[in-house]
Design a protein around this ligand. Structure first.
Ligand SMILES: Nc1ncnc2c1ncn2[C@@H]1O[C@H](COP(=O)(O)OP(=O)(O)OP(=O)(O)O)[C@@H](O)[C@H]1O
Length: 309
């Protein structure tokens, strides 16, 4: 695997507080990588270090094959970024802000500037509002302009910090569409979110942060495969069923009104049913349940996708 982003032992301490703790990211080239975690889990701090906006306390960052920040001047023009509080001028229009940014970028061509800016504005749905001053933009419009700035020219890597923040469901769908489009054109996308549901559909890889640590990282298929598989048995003979499940050494046996659940952990469901029937237990229904991604992440992040203390 060639990595578009690789970090080793990436750490950031603010005084005695460790915001990012020894993170080893591996973002495959060409992937859409979802960087998930509750608010305050260290995502933005990690992204700031990736982009060379703050220096790591320890550890290293390699982006597009070059070590940062030494190669920043060569690498950063190949990276589009959307991160909190981009430096837009409040009294300039959305379009004029983009013109300013494009002029400042020495790698862009002047001849097609208008076309590129218009198509970036169109792609984020700001075509009609392009002439309005930035200061009257809503949070969602500001977010869209930030995204347009990242899309001004083709990039090898896009780093988006919470791109759906402040957007309504329609805006969120548009972000997904834009990400799919740039990914289809070969750009690697690294996108953070505190809401799994907003990005799981567009990502092929996921990394999960909790309290500054990367607690899971893999492609979605492998993550799904590693998820717990349970059996639910609907039966009037609850006690007898629990005894059989315990004898089979199944973990996390729980009785609920709709049945008794236990983790299969490799035991075949037909084997469980066979033992129950042999023990004379009437089985009304036996269902194999696979935990959803959401449940998996709630289990990883403890409190679910809410504010981290
Ligand atoms: N400049 C700073 N000085 C001190 N503490 C900081 C600084 N920046 C971030 N932190 C702390 O580091 C921790 C991680 O913050 P960070 O912004 O990286 O989290 P996050 O996962 O991006 O959350 P959010 O989604 O809310 O932005 C938080 O506890 C935060 O208060």
């Amino acid at each position: 695997m060639t990595a578009a982003i690789a970090t080793e032992g990436l750490t950031k301490r603010f005084g005695r507080h460790t915001a990012v703790d020894s993170v080893d990211l591996a973002v495959p080239e060409g992937s859409v990588y979802g960087f998930l975690g509750p608010n305050g889990s260290g995502k933005t701090t990690t992204i700031r270090m990736l982009l060379g906006l703050i220096a790591p306390t320890e550890g290293s960052v390699t982006m597009l094959g070059s070590e940062m920040p030494l190669s920043g001047a060569d690498v950063l023009p190949r990276v589009g970024a959307l991160i909190d509080g981009p430096a837009f001028h409040p009294y300039l229009s959305g379009r004029d802000n983009l013109i300013r940014l494009d002029v400042a970028d020495r790698t862009t061509r002047r001849t097609d500037r208008r076309t590129r800016i218009d198509s970036a504005l169109e792609s984020v749905g700001l075509g009609a509002a392009a002439g309005k001053a930035y200061r009257v933009y809503s949070q969602g419009m500001r977010q869209r302009l930030g995204l347009a700035a990242a899309l001004l020219k083709p990039r090898e890597l896009l780093v988006l910090d919470e791109p759906t923040n402040g957007l309504d469901p329609q805006g969120t769908r548009e972000v997904r569409r834009i990400v799919s489009e740039v990914a289809a054109a070969g750009t690697t996308v690294f996108v953070s979110s505190h809401l799994l549901g907003e990005i799981d559909q567009m990502c092929c890889h996921l990394g999960v942060m909790r309290n500054g640590r990367l607690v899971a990282q893999d492609d979605i298929g492998s993550l799904r495969a590693a998820m717990s598989v349970r059996i639910r048995i609907d039966t009037p003979a609850q006690e007898g069923t629990m005894a059989v499940l315990q004898r089979l050494n199944l973990a996390n046996i729980v009785a609920r009104p709709d049945g008794i659940r236990a983790e299969l952990s490799g035991t075949a469901s037909e084997e469980v049913v066979e033992h129950l029937v042999k023990a004379g237990i009437p089985v009304r229904q036996a269902v194999v349940e696979r935990a959803g991604l959401e449940e998996f992440f709630v289990s990883l992040t403890g409190e679910g996708f809410d504010v981290e203390h």
